[in-house]
Design a protein. Sequence first.
Length: 280
Amino acid sequence: MGAALARAWLAAGHPVTVWNRTPARAEALAAEGAAVAATAAEAVAASPLVVACLLDDASVGEALEGCDLAGRDLVDLTTGTPAQARARAAWAEARGARFLDGGIMAVPPMVGDPGSGGYVLYSGSAALFEEHRDTLAVPAGARYVGEDPGFAALHDVALLSAMYGMFAGVSHAFALIRREDIAPRDFAPLLVSWLGAMAPAAYRSAERLESGDYTGNVVSTLAMQVAGSATLLRTAEEQGVSPELLTPFLDLMARRLAGGQGDEDLTGVIDLLDLRQDAA
């Protein structure tokens, strides 16, 4: 990912100095016009805008420990948690740097391609973001999500969590049909179309969470959906498919129904996941 980011800035005509913990990996970028720093400190000293994209938060601390960050703008595009981002922001500010955390919603082939739909979420110093907005938007779309340094990571992980939930459903669906005379390539367009049609339900959930009303204009009640879930489990059994990707969510639905919320839609399941609300 770091190499893809550097190539995008180089292609746009920006001067780029790179440093890699494995020096050989920077050689290709040197051939494309990047200056190669021998140390992280040398790379930091080369520009007021410093972008880190490493394995994890610990790697960032290790790489930048001892570097003079005073007066620098540090943008950390390393995947981490909200708490790690907040701690890294405090760490950077204590060293005289402004800080932005970033969550990259793209894979390397999408970087530098304006039509790919990839983007980067940023949070932290609003002044830093505004000053470097155009530069940050070169590799992928730049979306600022707030002054709280942890918000980019939180948005990132929330979106990735939804993605893995979708992958779980896709995996279960393919498992159901794979032993039958149904070509996966023929089934895939139906699957993609159906998921696309269902995705806007997120807007209704958002509205219900903000209003607190989970029962208004409900089309498919929780009671009806719990009753129908037996067919999902029975079909999995008939097809010889483990239901383990489905049962955690179905169990939550049944729990919510047992609490007397059968006239809701599925939004109430979110309340069951909120451990802080339970503690309150």
